[in-house]
Design a protein around this ligand. Structure first.
Ligand SMILES: [Zn+2]
Ligand SMILES: [Zn+2]
Length: 129
């Protein structure tokens, strides 16, 4: 399912903000070891859009960017003030958006990426009583 909904996002301190328009083609929740390290969490939650669907609202020049030499498709972008993950362009030309920075949700469902590479603690969740 695709949506034309506009989503906004911003980093924790608010210096870096952006918006994006649908249609949203791919929403990936990746649990590979690189995504776990870069987020400090069980998953990276990334929405991918074409560059023409994306605009910066503030702070593009306040970003830091890290590119992993190998594989060169992997990297990170972050607010230099608060350290939150912020959008970056991938070497293949997509805009990768950390969806946890948006207050709204796309209507497309996430796809689990790298299902075989995950933490064992994530599969042992305790119910909160
Ligand atoms: Zn920030
Ligand atoms: Zn990953």
């Amino acid at each position: 399912m695709k949506t034309e909904k506009t989503l906004n996002g911003e980093c924790l301190c608010g210096d870096v903000s952006w918006k994006m328009n649908g249609p949203y083609e791919f929403f990936g929740m990746c649990q590979c070891s690189r995504c776990r390290k870069i987020t400090g969490a069980a998953f990276a939650t990334n929405l991918f859009v074409k560059p023409e669907q994306f605009s910066w609202l503030s702070g593009e020049n306040k970003r830091g960017v890290f590119a992993l030499p190998s594989p060169n498709t992997f990297g990170n972008a972050f607010c230099q003030n608060c350290g939150s993950r912020v959008p970056r362009q991938t070497p293949k030309g997509w805009m990768l958006l950390p969806l946890g920075s948006s207050m709204e949700s796309p209507s497309i469902k996430p796809t689990l990426v790298c299902p075989e590479d995950h933490t064992d603690w994530f599969t042992r969740l305790k119910e909160i009583v």
